[in-house]
Design a protein around this ligand. Structure first.
Ligand code: SF4
Ligand code: SF4
Length: 88
């Protein structure tokens, strides 16, 4: 497989803090330790996650799938491949 044509995806993580119930599932199950517990609580009194290492997110969306409150989602950012560059 030509890795230049299949780069690692990059994700942008969004957190809807006031929906969070502080279960920490997203933090525990993220394979790349992108998330950690915020020091500030939300309007319900729970500590939501914060995005500590955005650059390590590979857009696997496990956090989004596992969140019982639909409080976190990830958008995949388009990565340019070497092929894209050659076609410009
Ligand atoms: S999409 Fe995957 S890598 Fe990114 S924060 Fe969620 S679980 Fe972690
Ligand atoms: S999985 Fe959802 S509810 Fe649980 S801590 Fe993460 S964002 Fe909050």
């Amino acid at each position: 497989m030509d890795l230049d044509e299949h780069p690692t995806p990059v994700g942008h993580v969004y957190i809807i803090e006031d929906r969070c119930k502080g279960c920490d599932f997203c933090i525990e199950f993220c394979p790349n330790d992108v998330l950690e517990v915020s020091k500030n609580f939300n309007s319900k009194g729970y500590y939501p996650p914060l995005v500590a290492k955005q650059e390590k997110c590979v857009a696997c969306k496990l956090c989004e799938l596992i969140c019982p409150e639909f409080a976190i989602y990830v958008l995949e950012e388009k990565m340019e491949t070497k092929q894209d560059e050659q076609h410009e």
